[in-house]
Design a protein around this ligand. Structure first.
Ligand code: BG6
Length: 501
């Protein structure tokens, strides 16, 4: 391994700031945000000075809030000491979502700014149900909390989780509401897939190596498979999932981002707007979804089955799910990017709940060799090259190729060159939430959705959703699959094809 070439911008040199979390007593704060912030604290990469203010409707004081978080976060004895230091950064304010309460919050934050020395720099993180996004954004705007001080001191930023809208119209409406109080440069729309190490590596892999780009096109690539399989069911999120289904939950955001990173042209600069411009072009080039013109879709819903030798209920038997629900928990979507590079190369996007195991990967399947040199001797079983970029279970990049087995007779075999992050790097990767919070504090939009990207993505998906949700034979189009199998029978072989190394 050679010495690394690193970004020369100072790392960990973030401006002082305050992180205000709305929805502080909720699941996301407990499970994701606080553990990510605690790990950043232990690595010494949080801004200094720094403060965390939890806000929610639950009535408690800062001490009770810290204690509830400590119980959830500190898992090992050796973390207890660090927690005591971290806990001094945490404050709590009980609020209602109304003007009066936000006016009080403004005074509270200003006083804390002065006491801690965070200079009016604030990140507002909306870890709340989506119906509260417009309410909170408007209250922040209405009470002057979104305003930035002139002269570069005192910036404010807002972080929005997914789902960002329910369809094109609602996404546009939400954008308009946000823009009444915040400029686009203040808005950070999260997609945690973009913060995964292997996903970020896609840009480096494609554009910092000269050997892949010449073959990264329709002349050499047979198809691209993008898979996010999960063994988990919907857990306690029935209310959300019944409305969303797999297409809104996984395709509109995460899988679309993976597609875009695989398909985009090289940007002219490694700079947020240049990268976002190229991404939007890919979404804009997607062939209109129309089953008569080659688009393929298969929707499925899990029935009772077994995962890891444990019986699990079907989707319709999950708590909070209608026994007649027609919400898809699996989808395979075959898409085409209508441009010079990708004409007629199928992009197979697959995601499902309650599949046998969790696998997240991009598979680039190359074409077979054009000449029959070995086929004349060995028949048609010679595999083509395959590149696999995996984020789960391993963070890895693998390339398969043919080689001759040692010995007198001519035998070919598929071999795999394997680069696994865990084996090559001693450093552990930064948690996805830590990455997005750091970038937001640094004001870097590279890993976030821009307004036109998110709207373009919904513009593509909304007609697909309409076709799926408004057709008369919705029930017959929804294929059942037993939990613990690789999806509905008509596409199971296609899914399994993507699982080979
Ligand atoms: C979330 C979805 O955005 O991503 C979940 O709402 C899904 O349904 C999760 O389980 C998958 O994320 P990861 O990082 O575990 O692949």
């Amino acid at each position: 391994m050679s010495a690394p070439s690193c970004d020369t911008r100072p790392a960990g040199d973030l401006p002082p700031c305050m992180l205000v979390i709305f929805g502080a007593s909720g699941d996301l704060t407990r499970r994701k945000l606080i553990p990510a912030l605690f790990s950043m604290f232990r690595q010494g990469i949080l801004p200094r000075p720094f403060a965390i203010v939890g806000c929610s409707r639950s009535v408690m004081d800062s001490e009770a809030f810290r204690e509830a978080l400590r119980r959830e976060t500190v898992k090992r004895e050796e973390e207890a000491g660090a927690w005591n230091g971290f806990a001094t950064l945490i404050h709590y304010r009980s609020i209602q979502y109304d003007q009066e309460s936000f006016t009080g919050l403004r005074t509270f934050l200003r006083d804390l700014d002065n006491a801690v020395g965070t200079g009016g720099n604030r990140v507002y993180d909306l870890a709340v149900p989506p119906q509260l996004y417009p309410v909170i954004a408007s209250l922040l705007g209405g009470t002057g909390l979104a305003r930035e001080e002139s002269g570069g001191n005192g910036w404010t930023r807002i972080v929005i989780e997914k789902p960002f809208g329910h369809d094109l119209e609602s996404a546009r409406e939400l954008n308009q509401t946000l823009h009444r109080s915040f400029r686009e440069s203040q808005i950070f729309r999260i997609d945690h897939y973009l913060a995964k190490e292997t996903v970020q590596n896609m840009l480096v892999f494609r554009f910092a190596n000269s050997i892949f780009e010449p073959v990264w096109n329709r002349h050499h690539i047979e198809y691209v498979g993008i898979m996010a399989a999960e063994s988990l069911g919907i857990g306690s999120r029935a209310g959300y999932y019944e409305e969303a289904g797999v297409l809104r939950d996984m395709f509109q955001n995460h899988l679309m981002q993976l597609l875009v990173l695989t398909g985009m042209e090289p940007p002219c600069l490694l700079e947020s707007d240049a990268v976002q411009d190229e991404k939007v072009k890919v979404i804009r080039s997607l062939r209109d979804f129309n089953t008569e013109h080659g688009s393929r879709i298969c929707l499925g819903q899990y029935t009772a089955g077994e995962i890891d030798q444990t019986a699990v209920p079907g989707y319709r038997e999950e708590a909070g799910v209608s026994p007649r629900s027609r919400t898809p928990t699996f989808a395979l979507l075959e898409l085409y990017i209508d441009n010079w590079r990708w004409q007629n190369v199928p992009f197979l996007l697959i995601s499902g709940k309650r599949l046998p195991r969790k696998v997240t990967r991009i598979v680039v399947q190359f074409r077979e060799v054009p000449h029959r040199l070995f086929r004349n001797l060995l028949g048609n079983t010679i595999g083509a090259n395959r590149l696999t970029i995996e984020t789960f279970p391993d963070e890895a990049i693998r390339l398969t190729f043919q080689s001759k087995e040692p010995g007198a007779s001519l035998c070919l075999r598929s071999m795999t060159m394997d680069f696994t992050y865990g084996e090559q790097y001693q450093k552990s990767s930064l948690d996805a939430y830590a990455r997005v919070l750091l970038d937001c504090m640094a004001g870097d939009h590279m890993l976030f959705w821009r307004q036109d990207g998110i709207e373009q993505s919904w513009a593509f998906l909304t007609p697909v959703l309409r076709q799926c949700e408004q057709c008369l034979d919705r029930e017959t189009r929804l294929h059942p699959y037993p939990a613990g199998t690789w999806g509905p029978a008509p596409v199971r072989a296609t899914v399994e094809r993507l699982l080979a190394p």
